[in-house]
Design a protein around this ligand. Sequence first.
Ligand SMILES: Cc1ncc(COP(=O)(O)OP(=O)(O)O)c(N)n1
Ligand SMILES: Cc1nc(C(=O)O)sc1CCOP(=O)(O)O
Ligand SMILES: [Mg+2]
Length: 214
Amino acid sequence: MTTQLHGLYGITDSQLLPDTNALISAVEAALKGGMRILQYRDKSQNKIKRFNQASQLKALCQQYNACLIINDDIHLAAEVKADGVHLGQQDQAITQAREVLGKNAIIGVTCHDSYPLAEAAYQQGADYIALGRFFPSATKPNAPPASLCIIQQVSANIPLPIVAIGGITLDNASMVINAGAHLMAVIHGLFASDNIQGTAQQFTQLFSGASCIS
Ligand SMILES: Cc1ncc(COP(=O)(O)OP(=O)(O)O)c(N)n1
Ligand SMILES: Cc1nc(C(=O)O)sc1CCOP(=O)(O)O
Ligand SMILES: [Mg+2]
């Protein structure tokens, strides 16, 4: 598997897009606009809905040569043959994800504003480091704030792609890119847009050569 982690990283939100048809249409619009990495994030306990939605998103992402990452749930990632999983500091361990998903899986880890957490994630075999939140977030208003300096510090010392998250919009995206972020993880700034395809296109144009080939 050849994987380049770069560009727009859309994340679904079960409150913003509760209906499966609306979810699939919104994601397809973002894929048409150039998004090549998608995270399925649904905090509900509805296993059947989560499996059905994640399976449909896997097929859709495959159609567009895009990666599907599952938030929090290593076993759902395995069940739907997703490309990887995103783990927070309160989620399961990287080693456990690697054991279940194998060496080619993409494992991303939330490191907030912390260099020691980023260093630990790198040592434990993470594939990308997520930092944030950089701007006020409509989706997760209580996420701890991060300064742009952490992007510079991590990119200077750790050879992994950096994902910036939290309140990212077309207006502020260039700040995280200029600081050294390789991917922008976006929920509201993408999926709450009236024109998701056009917004994805504009985010994608901020990068060149974004792709995720499996
Ligand atoms: C790309 C990306 N970065 C950070 C997060 C947040 O993960 P976590 O801290 O586990 O919080 P939840 O998303 O699970 O509420 C993420 N999901 N994706
Ligand atoms: C899921 C999540 N994690 C964050 C963190 O800082 O770890 S911020 C966040 C929400 C991102 O959504 P939006 O683009 O709407 O702000
Ligand atoms: Mg989590």
